[in-house]
Every structure is written in structure tokens, then in C-alpha cells.
Design a protein around this ligand. Structure first.
Ligand code: PBG
Length: 336
């Protein structure tokens, strides 16, 4: 063995380039989450997410213009609903299914403005609209989430967003059978080109805290979503759920959170990413941990972002939803 030669070879840039795996992060693989609020000219800070804001639609449009300049063109929208519109019973008359909802109108305005230069995704779930903050309809008497009634509402909501011009709906509720239901209602109404990104491997994680603060879906007593989100000690359930969602018609699937679930990303991408993309969601808690450590100069923010995003791509994700998208795109712009 000539260790000296091996070392020399490893250091040669030509050899390195030849043998390098392509785990580079392409900016257009990043998906940007946006929190939308009702009103005009409004930008609100989010306490638990440093440097992240909620935007009224006109401000969101300005922001999207800036994102586009940096090569970011895919956006996932989350509504922040005023307390007065939240209810515990969700039915046809609820704000969640109203064409007058600011969120539905915002989708239409954004899509009208940017047309096909961007890809617009909306999160589909009931938590922004319910007082208790659960993703589904909660039955007080049985103390359970009513799966079948919920998927009916979610399908209606998906249709409403499709009519407003959304490119893809992303159900994040984790009810069973919702993909099939949503696909059917979209097809029946001729929205055959509206895609479905399913949050299939969504774990009952402790990393969602800042998001719940951002959309104001946190309850004083805390919300336990363990009856419908996945147990994080269980791999096969996540694989099984994802395969079922794909079978039911999902076009892409999401693993969420990302960093603590790289093994799931790898396993799923080995199973499915040959024919359906696997998206990783670097969630709010992951964002806030990095931001806070960076604020104290305990970690270098951009190096941490670069390293974590690289690890997620290396694990096998085809794309990443991340609150770091803009900061990272700016950083890359300076580097190049
Ligand atoms: C709710 C939803 C959550 C997230 C996206 N959609 C939180 C939850 O399940 O309570 C979390 C995203 C994040 O933490 O960044 N449907």
C-alpha cells in the first residue's frame, strides 16, 4: 500500500472532481414556506422564528419578486387565521371552505401575478382554522379526531384552492385515505393537472413548536397529535404510509422533519424516488435552533445551513422545504 500516493490522489482537484458525488445543492431544489396574513401592507415578526415574518398578500408578492431574483421559484403557503374566524366544528359554512377567505383570494392574486414563472403549493389541514389547533375535526364525546369527516372537508378545501389557481396541494393532516379522496374530487372537477404532494412520513415531532407559534395553532394545554401523526420510533409505518399515499395518487411525498430523519429519507428514496420525488421538510424547530445558536456566534449560520442541506440531499431527498432558502440563496450569490 502506498499511502502517500493515495493521499496525493485524494488531494488532486482533478481526481476529486472525477470521483465526486453530485450532492451539490441546486437553488431551484429549495421550496420556500410563506406565512400569509389578512390585510394590507403588513409584515409581522414571528417571536419563535428569528428573521422570519408573516406577510399580507401585497407584501408577499413583493417578497416573491425578490425570491425569484435569487432563483427561488417554488413556494408553499400557510394561512394565519384571525381568532374570530376559528371554530371547533368545521363544515361547509366554515371559513376554511369559504371563497371569501383571504387565503383563497391570496392564492388567486399571487397566481394571477406570477402565472407559471412560479410553482405554488398550499398546505391542506384544519389546524389554522380550529380553536383546538388539531388538523382534523375533533369529537368531544369520543375524544377522537374524526378521520372520515375530516378528509371530506380536506378534499373540498383542495378543490377550492385548485379553483383559485394553486399548482399543487400538500395535505399535512395525516388522516387516512385523504389522498384518494382529494385526487377523486380534483379529477371529477377537471383539475387533473393539480398535483398532490403528500406529507406521508410526517412524524409526531417536537420540532414543530415555532411553526405552531407562527400560525397561532398552539393551545395552552398543548396539543397531542399522536393519534394521527407517526410514531418516530417506527420506520416501517412511515414506509407503509408513504407507499399507500403513492398508491392513492400522490405525485410526491414529504418526510418531515429532516435532520433527525435522514435514515427515513434514505430508505424512502431507495424505495420510491426512482419514480416519485421525495421531499424533505427542514422544519421550524430545526430553523430556530440554527438561528439562535448563530445569533450567539456559537455556530456559523451559513456553514450550518450548507452542511445540513447537503446532508439532506446526500441522504436522498430530491428537494427541500426550508425556512433558510432565501438566506442560503443570498449567501450562494455572494460566494459565486
Ligand atoms: C400542520 C402543520 C405543521 C407543520 C406544517 N403543517 C405542524 C403540526 O403538525 O402541528 C410544521 C412545519 C414546521 O414546523 O415548520 N398541519
Amino acid at each position: 500500500m502506498d499511502f502517500q500516493r493515495l493521499r496525493r490522489l485524494k488531494q488532486s482537484t482533478v481526481i476529486q472532481n472525477l470521483s465526486q458525488e453530485d450532492n451539490n445543492i441546486n437553488i431551484n431544489k429549495l421550496i420556500c414556506p410563506l406565512f400569509l396574513i389578512d390585510g394590507q401592507d403588513s409584515i409581522q415578526p414571528i417571536n419563535s422564528m428569528p428573521d422570519y415574518y408573516r406577510y399580507s398578500v401585497n407584501k408577499a408578492i413583493e417578497l416573491i419578486e425578490e425570491y425569484i431574483e435569487y432563483g427561488l421559484k417554488t413556494f408553499i403557503l400557510f394561512p394565519v387565521i384571525e381568532q374570530e374566524y376559528k371554530t371547533n366544528i368545521i363544515d361547509k359554512t366554515s371559513y376554511a371552505l369559504s371563497t371569501k377567505s383571504f387565503f383563497v383570494q391570496a392564492i388567486a392574486q399571487i397566481k394571477n401575478k406570477f402565472q407559471d414563472t412560479i410553482c405554488l403549493i398550499s398546505d391542506i389541514a384544519l389546524d389554522p382554522y380550529t380553536i383546538h389547533g388539531h388538523d382534523g375535526i375533533y369529537c368531544e364525546t369520543s375524544q377522537t379526531i374524526l378521520n372520515d369527516q375530516t378528509i371530506h372537508i380536506l378534499a373540498q378545501m383542495s378543490l377550492l384552492h385548485a379553483q383559485a389557481g394553486i399548482d399543487m396541494v400538500a395535505p399535512s393532516d395525516m388522516m387516512d385515505g385523504r389522498i384518494q379522496h382529494i385526487r377523486a374530487i380534483l379529477d371529477d372537477n377537471d383539475y387533473i393537472n393539480t398535483g398532490i404532494i403528500s406529507y406521508s412520513a410526517k412524524f409526531n415531532s417536537n420540532f414543530y413548536g415555532p411553526f405552531r407559534d407562527a400560525v397561532q395553532s398552539t393551545q395552552e394545554a398543548g396539543i397531542d397529535k399522536s393519534t394521527y401523526q407517526l410514531d418516530y420510533s417506527n420506520t416501517s409505518q412511515a414506509i407503509q404510509k408513504s407507499l399507500i399515499d403513492l398508491e392513492e395518487g400522490a405525485d410526491m411525498i414529504i418526510v418531515k422533519p429532516a435532520l433527525a430523519y435522514l435514515d427515513i429519507i434514505t430508505k424512502l428514496s431507495n424505495h420510491v424516488s426512482v419514480y416519485k420525488p421525495v421531499i424533505a421538510y427542514q422544519v421550524s424547530g430545526e430553523y430556530t435552533m440554527a438561528k439562535l445558536a448563530a445569533q450567539y456566534n456559537y455556530l456559523d449560520e451559513y456553514k450550518i445551513i450548507h452542511e445540513t442541506l447537503t446532508s439532506i440531499i446526500r441522504a436522498g431527498a430530491n428537494s427541500i422545504i426550508t425556512y433558510h432558502a432565501m438566506a442560503y440563496a443570498k449567501y450562494r450569490n455572494i460566494q459565486n
